[in-house]
Design a protein around this ligand. Structure first.
Ligand code: PLP
Length: 415
């Protein structure tokens, strides 16, 4: 009998048969408070009625138009709708199916547009699992080890992550100074500006441990990019569409990209992703160099349109901000006095609790134990961080005040 490959390692033993809002249900009717949201995808909750209706309507009209063959209405409408939420100037979009493909598209565009080979990435960044995306990923060796040689032309510079320099007692400012100094050194030693196509950065490290960036760091990237004709690619795959309590993660930092990646929260679970850039920049690539059979699927586009409508109508960006603050505050109360909890951090509904062992080493086993115990008690959580030492909370943006209280209560009991 065919079996699922052991490559698939599930975080919980739950077999989900139905989803509604912030809850998943198994066949036996057991209800789970889902604070994973399909890794930050089901932004409007599981099976939001408006998203379901839009997808059902589209399934009965046109499932697949194939965008290199014909245009279709949901794609036209989504493109138009995105212009209302994308930063001014990023007026040209191109669609694919996953975050990794968006990373590949951004990489290809940057190299084609500049004619330069190198991409500078930042320590702890995650950009996907295809070979090119994995080559630009530094959030854990499991994403890279064993299938080298990876793509060349990737250079790694520090991200201002104070938790990595805790033993030196560095604060955010010191970590930022260090990161910018190291970047200057790198541009003068390993990757001359004339060889550097782009900087690729997340506003908040996702898989890398839920670490928000810093305004001065991003301003420093922008400054250096402008000075040297280097493109700034911002990966909003996990941070976009209200996840961090602003529409884009970059909005917290006044960060303005040349190329922006998006995916996950855009379509409540349907696979669609993309990149946005100025028309002049996009024109430097050429037709046929990007795309694939399934890009901008009509049902996914219809679901994305409905998702954007729900995000606006139900004020989900504001809810993300308010519920995120509530969650961090409850988690700080719950973890007070636990020396093995190093930090509760995050922005909006992207919240992480970092565990640390008594000897200062990463608390990988503690994070896993708390995650497993929470699942046993009906709360689904994920882990992240280079040592999977962080328990992360990433519920749907529709999560209510009571559901946040319930989750914090279960976490506290699990702890
Ligand atoms: N970029 C970021 C910031 C992500 O968080 C992810 C996935 O978690 C990706 C890219 C890759 O997306 P996908 O898994 O859809 O390929």
């Amino acid at each position: 009998m065919t079996q699922l490959s052991p490559l698939l390692k599930q975080a919980t033993p739950v077999v989900a048969s139905r989803g509604e809002g912030v809850y998943l249900y198994d066949d036996g009717g057991t209800r789970y408070l889902d604070f994973t949201a399909g890794i930050g995808v089901t932004s409007t909750g599981h099976c939001h009625p408006k998203v379901v209706a839009a997808a059902q309507q589209q399934v009965g009209t046109l499932i697949h138009g194939q965008y290199t063959t014909v245009m279709h209405r949901p794609l036209q409408q989504l493109t138009q709708r995105l212009s209302e939420v994308l930063p001014a100037g990023l007026d040209s979009v191109f669609f694919s199916n996953s975050g990794s493909e968006a990373a590949e598209a951004a990489l290809r565009l940057a190299r084609q547009a500049t004619g330069r080979p190198n991409i500078v990435v930042f320590q702890g960044g995650f950009h996907g699992r295809t070979v090119a995306a994995a080559s630009m990923t530094t959030s854990g060796t499991k994403f890279r080890a064993g299938f080298s040689p990876l793509m060349g032309g990737v250079v790694v510079s520090p991200f201002p992550n104070p938790s990595h320099y805790r033993r030196y007692g560095w604060d955010q400012d010191q970590a930022t100074d260090f990161a910018l100094r190291e970047l200057d050194l790198l541009l003068n030693t390993q990757s001359a500006p004339a060889d550097t196509a782009a900087f690729l950065v997340e506003p908040v490290l996702g898989e890398g441990g839920y670490v928000p960036g810093h305004e001065r760091f991003f301003a420093g990237l922008r400054e250096r990019a402008d000075a040297h004709g280097i493109l700034l690619i911002v990966d909003e795959v996990q941070t976009g569409f209200g996840r961090t309590g602003r529409f884009w993660g970059q909005d917290h930092f006044g960060l303005v990209p040349d190329i922006q990646m998006f995916a996950k929260g855009i379509a409540s679970g349907f696979p669609i992703s993309g990149i946005a850039a100025s028309e002049q920049l996009m024109a430097k690539a050429w037709p046929g160099s990007q795309g694939g059979t399934y890009g901008a699927n009509a049902v996914a586009c219809a679901a994305a349109l409905a998702t954007l409508e729900v995000i606006a109508e139900e004020h989900l960006v504001e809810n993300s901000q308010a519920r995120g603050e509530q969650l961090r505050s409850r988690l700080r109360e719950a973890t007070q006095g636990y020396t093995q909890v190093a930090e509760v951090r995050g922005l909006g509904l992207m919240v992480g609790v970092e565990f640390i062992n008594d000897d200062g080493t990463p608390g990988t086993a503690l994070a896993a134990a708390v995650q497993q115990e929470a699942a046993r008690r009906g709360l689904l959580l994920l882990t992240c961080g280079p040592w999977t030492e962080v328990v992360r909370f990433i519920p749907a943006l529709v999560v209510s005040q009571q559901q946040v209280e319930d989750a914090a209560g279960i976490f506290s009991a699990a702890l």
